[in-house]
Design a binder for this molecule. Structure first.
Ligand code: SAM
Length: 275
């Protein structure tokens, strides 16, 4: 097993980049969360990617930091509601299986590319997860249901799914199939937390630096949607403008749009519940 980031492909490196952002956030006095594993998971490759990102983008909107907080709180709500089965789809360098305080009996499945899960296992060797953690190496562009069930996933139990920072890297038909599979595997009462880049973001002048950097890294953003709730047509979906979470936390540099303006956020955070 290797802990060398060199074996990771460009889209896997994006996971180290966001881990580097979480590492930085964890050092702030006004941090939105604390991730003690982020720095080691990001490693030098993640830190370098963050330096390149900051040089390209300049002072950026803390979307990853606000997003992390949204997912942490969504998982806490699901746990309070009694859900004990969690799937981190495209887990990357997400350390929630190690850093959150899970109820006993919680099982957390982590789906990602085999090389990413091998890297994580090597880097976190010696650290104890705070839940029953089950890594499941898969290609998410293909049908992962068999691998997930084979690893012990029970589709009769309610599940909290986390699809964080993934969709923009996938082709639209792949995104649709991914959500059909999640729906098919979800018992009534399950929850899906996910985020989507708005279509406007793919053309927004203030994001051109980030978009160019991602393209040059080899992980271009290709999927965006202004109707991300439609990915789960029979679910109750709440779509939130990240600014509406970031502003009350004092961490959002863009003022709220005037009332009655047609909303076109650059991105969406979504919480969906299966009836
Ligand atoms: N969810 C994590 C987070 O927010 O920290 C990781 C997000 S990272 C930006 C994107 C992740 O998607 C990477 O870990 C990458 O390996 C994974 N990924 C992208 N395409 C994939 C695929 N076809 N199969 C498995 N994993 C994939």
């Amino acid at each position: 097993m290797t802990n060398k980031a060199e074996v990771l492909n460009p889209v896997a490196i994006t996971g180290l980049l966001v881990a580097a952002m979480r590492a930085d956030e964890s050092t702030r006095p006004d941090r939105l969360f604390e991730d003690p594993f982020a720095a080691i998971l990001a490693g030098e490759r993640g830190k370098d990617a963050l330096a390149t990102y900051r040089a390209a983008v300049g002072p950026s909107i803390p979307i990853i930091e606000v997003r992390t907080r949204f997912y942490d709180e969504g998982l806490e709500r699901a746990a309070d509601d009694g859900i004990r089965q969690v799937v981190l789809v495209a887990a990357g360098a997400d350390a929630r299986a190690y850093r959150l305080r899970w109820h006993s009996g919680t099982r957390v499945f982590e789906l990602d590319q085999p090389a990413v899960l091998a890297y994580k296992a090597a880097v976190l060797a010696g650290s104890e997860p705070t839940c029953e953690r089950v890594p499941v190496p898969v290609d998410l562009a293909k049908d992962f249901s068999g691998a997930l069930r084979g690893a012990g996933f029970d589709s009769n139990r309610r599940t909290a799914w986390v699809v964080e920072g993934l969709l923009q890297y996938l082709e639209e038909p792949t995104v649709k199939l991914l959500f059909e599979r999640i729906d098919a595997l979800s018992a009534a009462g399950s929850v899906v937390l996910y985020d989507a880049v708005g279509r406007a973001a793919l053309r927004a002048p203030q994001l051109q630096g980030a978009l160019t950097m991602m393209k040059e890294l080899g992980a271009p953003w290709i999927f965006g949607s202004d109707e991300p709730a439609s990915l789960l047509p029979r679910w109750n979906v709440q779509a939130i403008d990240p600014g509406d979470i970031g502003r009350p936390l004092g961490r959002w540099p863009i003022p709220a749009p005037p009332p009655n303006t047609p909303a076109r956020p650059l991105g969406y955070l979504l919480e969906a519940r299966k009836a």
